[in-house]
Design a protein around this ligand. Structure first.
Ligand code: UTP
Length: 470
């Protein structure tokens, strides 16, 4: 005990045992376990570098726009390259080399939904949840390529049990429990502005999930990596839990990544404007690097090229391919750690007198890591542009922009576009929005091309009707 007290004194965090003598033996044991789990070596550095220092993000002196593959090939050479890549991707998928990874450990505070965000009902006709949509996509892709595509799901200590219960109750959405691997990310302590670790309760350190970047470590620590290696998985298709439009298994993307021998690749969107709140793909010392929208200097954000487009036009949307061997390399390279990012938040805490305080204004700092900070650590990295209406409709907010309502509209709009491209008639309103509610199950079509062969199975769609193709 004396030893622990001394260690806490050395890192100036003795306040975490303020109530130690006032709590019951089992609560005391629980608190001591949490304290032992703290990274005593790194905490002083975090406090100095990230908690007290408001300018912890260093913008490189020189950076350029990152090169990318366009969403559609532009030249004959590119047409050939894309066709070859699709074949390579299909081959890797069929040989069971690809798995899905969704990061679902976020707290979803902006949406304000009770429970894991993945359980949010979103599909326009059937009200399927995000988790169900992803699982059905993986199941359908597995059927299409005659293989099994395992599903790895990262949770946090806050939503792990609830997520496991959801998958169990849904009988793993038909994937088979043996093909679903749910694992937890780590946590980091929360600090006040002076660098003191906060207590959430007398026996509980205030902490929060360590960000989506925590996936790269948690995959290893949880045994998920070992499971992948056992199955022969080589590439992880990574996406965020809030985006039901994501093409979870994309042969073209996989093929380009593999053909270029990339270790970590990304999909990108053409930004909607100079300051859209997405990370910017840049090139720093020859390495693809994401600079957050809040850190991109104004001049760079507004800079235009000769053809009038934004110089930094590629936005990051949390869709990546990550080689299993790259994750292994990172974790085996000694003390692997992604940089931390600070977020100023309202953090409920226990004051010196043992009163629980719900602050009305931000009172402290949460730290997290971002997965895209691993991209520059990769030897090679590919960026493939994608089209917003095809692949990006995140559910972030309860209302307004990026809300469930907008996401559902985009799901219907994409289904309508796919149907029309296949030759079906879709009733439209005077403003050109579909005059019907449409939903295409992944088992019916994974992409627009799959619909063409099924035209005879598509019933006439009446104005104002609901149509589910499943
Ligand atoms: P967001 O940045 O949207 O954060 O996460 P959030 O926590 O879900 O939502 P807000 O900001 O509280 O409203 C982007 C993706 O990263 C995952 C989320 O689950 C989401 O898929 N994530 C985020 C994690 O898995 N772990 C984290 O610690 C943070």
């Amino acid at each position: 005990m004396e030893n622990l007290k001394k260690k806490l004194q050395q890192i100036e965090q003795s306040q975490v045992i303020e109530f130690l003598e006032a709590i019951s033996p089992d609560r005391k044991a629980s608190l001591l376990r949490q304290i032992e789990g703290l990274d005593f070596q790194k905490i002083p550095e975090w406090v100095k570098k990230y908690v007290k220092n408001q300018d912890s993000v260093k913008i490189p002196d020189h950076f350029d726009p990152a090169p990318s593959y366009p969403a559609r090939p532009n030249t004959a050479e590119q047409v050939q390259r894309y066709a070859d890549a699709v074949k390579t991707g299909q081959d890797l998928i069929s040989r069971g080399k690809v798995a899905g990874l969704v990061v679902a450990g976020g707290q979803g505070t902006r949406l304000g939904f009770d429970g894991p965000k993945g359980n949010y009902p979103i599909s326009p006709v059937q009200n399927k949840t995000l988790f169900q949509i992803f699982a059905e996509n993986l199941l359908a892709a597995g059927k299409k390529y005659n293989t099994i595509i395992p599903f790895y799901i990262m949770t946090s200590p806050l939503n792990d049990a609830a997520t496991v219960a959801i998958f169990q109750a849904a009988d793993f959405y038909g994937l088979g429990s043996e093909n679903v691997f749910i694992f937890q990310q780590g946590s980091l302590p929360n600090f006040d502005f002076d660098g003191n670790i906060l207590l959430a309760e007398k026996d509980t350190i205030a902490s929060s999930p360590d960000g989506h970047g925590g996936s790269l470590k948690a995959l290893c620590d949880s045994g998920a990596m070992a499971d992948m290696q056992h199955r022969g998985i080589e590439i992880l298709s990574y996406w965020q839990v809030d985006n039901p439009l994501v093409r979870v298994i994309d042969p073209l993307f996989i093929g380009l990544h593999a053909a270029d021998k990339a270790e970590m690749s990304s999909k990108a969107l053409l930004k909607a404007g100079p300051t859209e709140k997405v990370g910017n793909f840049c090139l720093v010392d020859g390495k693809v690097t994401v600079i957050e929208y809040s850190d991109l200097p104004r001049e760079a954000a507004y800079r235009k090229t000769e053809d009038g487009s934004l110089a930094f036009e590629l936005g990051s949307i949390g869709i990546h391919l990550i080689d299993v061997s790259f994750i292994e390399k990172l974790n085996n390279g000694g003390d692997f750690a992604l940089p931390l990012h600070r977020a100023v938040k309202k953090i409920p805490y226990m004051d010196k007198n043992g009163n629980r305080i719900q602050p009305q204004a931000p009172n402290g700092v949460k730290l997290e890591t971002f997965v895209f900070d691993a991209i520059p650590l990769a030897d090679r990295s590919v960026i493939l542009q994608t089209v917003r209406a095809e692949e990006f409709a995140p559910v972030k907010n309860a209302a307004g922009a990026d809300s469930a309502e907008v996401t559902r509209q985009m799901m219907v709009a994409r289904a309508a576009a796919w149907l029309e491209a296949a030759g079906a008639q879709v009733p439209r309103k005077s403003d050109n929005a579909p005059d019907c509610t449409l939903e295409i199950a992944p088992s019916f079509a994974l992409a627009a091309d799959d619909l063409k062969a099924k035209l005879d199975q598509i019933p006439p769609i009446k104005p104002g009707s609901k149509c589910y193709l499943g």
